[in-house]
Design a protein around this ligand. Sequence first.
Ligand code: NAD
Length: 551
Amino acid sequence: MSGPRPVRAPRGTELSALGWQQEAALRMLQNNLDPEVAEHPDKLVVYGGTGKAARDWRSFDAMVRTLKGLKQDETMLVQSGRPVGVMQTHEWAPRVLIANSNLVGDWANWEEFRRLEQLGLTMYGQMTAGSWIYIGTQGILQGTYETFAAVAAKKFDGTLAGTITLTAGLGGMGGAQPLAVTMNDGVAICIDVDPRAIERRIEHRYLDVKADSLEHALHLAVEARDARRPLSIGLLGNAAELLPRMLAEGAPIDIVTDQTSAHDPLAYLPVGVDFDDMASYAAKDPAGFTTRARESMARHVEAMVGFMDAGAEVFDYGNSIRGEAQLAGYDRAFAFPGFVPAYIRPLFCEGKGPFRWAALSGDPADIAKTDKAILDLFPENESLARWIKMAGERVHFQGLPARICWLGYGERDKAGERFNDMVASGELAAPLAIGRDHLDCGSVASPYRETEAMLDGSDAIADWPLLNAMVNVASGASWVSLHHGGGVGMGRSIHAGQVTVADGTKLGGEKIRRVLTNDPGMGVIRHVDAGYDIAESVADERGVRVPMREG
Ligand code: NAD
């Protein structure tokens, strides 16, 4: 019987598969479960509540075995974390095709999902967990940094210096918040019920200090704010209890958001339940737990609205907490906006999104060289340069060294081709896996997050992620995935991902050019179709063909 054990991707240039495309999939699957990377590797959980890389350990072993023997004209099919077939395809076809957590519309809810999960028929793939391109908390860091920079630009004269941000959730994604705030020179108070989450972020240098109490946290925060000194403070406790208390006491908070795992009511701790009892209670009485979690979320969101009424900048950070609070009967849950319509959509119109790459060599020097290549390629982009410099200094790698930076249409392909040349010339020690989050410009339908408040009302149209997956298959990606329920939970999103390997070959370069042009191209055409002027200008200037605008 196979069971939990520490997993770590091999480093270096010795292949255990028949080619680099397969080797990359193998290493990235293993890397997702590296204890440095995954939040709960023994349960195969990578991040985002219960986002998994493989359905069970037997399936994991079968995927590893299959990838090792997979030929250059074969494709492994993965159904919710289990390898279900190997088919003969061709050299341009992806080596792996993945479908995770998909359910037919009327059945697309947590209750039915959990019933099927209990039967061993499915798993929750989140976004990059089940598609093997999670790179640890860095993966969300730049997006979070840019979001807080946008908040600063909108309301605080371009800097968070002298402000206090209040948030909760220091998990795999939420753990980026404290560093993103201090990178913008602000002060952050970050609440979590799990003492290990706080310790882990301090260890990884995402969080500065831990407060002993609410009073201590506020004291530290005010002192740092008055000195305009960046500081992030971890505070142990339940957000649904602490936020209302802080509001009632008139805590001087300027910005409020949240990244608890609210998308999954079984991953949000209800008020009155001990953290240590959370897992057993959720397993024993999921319906009762869900009701209590939603009631707590309603209190939590009510306090967020209270802070908004008192003048704070408040936004939902993509975890569906407003939807859950509404289900509990709180009628002002949607009084504050989601972060995409508030700050990110203009970037999506340019095909921008969380582009990332991992060094399969395991050598941090490879990432330093790619950082330099990015700075050389885009010298005019100051905020990109600032990010790359800060990331080089402050980001602690988890697992295989990796880098994220938001690049748009006409930029990702340039970077990818340069990287492929660097592999070919031997400048890099080994190939790179180049991918992105599913939270991207043209790869997701998610009415509470990426497609909230679209100009033409097309929020729930899910044809786009399907087309995105198909175009990436047709363009030569190394593996392509199509998921349901990531980010915001069951019934609320459909999204696609791709990873393409820069292996230094001519064929690899051809595939990269097509994939990294067409993939962000989906973001441009999706937003042209919805009527965004910026997207139309980008399409005109950069030559993205949109038939309805021709002739
Ligand atoms: P995670 O499961 O790793 O961490 C969630 C954290 O919330 C845990 O540390 C948990 O202890 C804490 N928590 C649970 N209930 C709490 C409560 N009542 N009070 C205080 N803390 C509580 O999840 P993650 O990967 O960090 O993701 C967090 C959320 O953000 C998810 O809903 C995810 O889907 C969403 N998300 C947002 C983005 C984005 O771009 N904004 C991207 C990815 C994920």
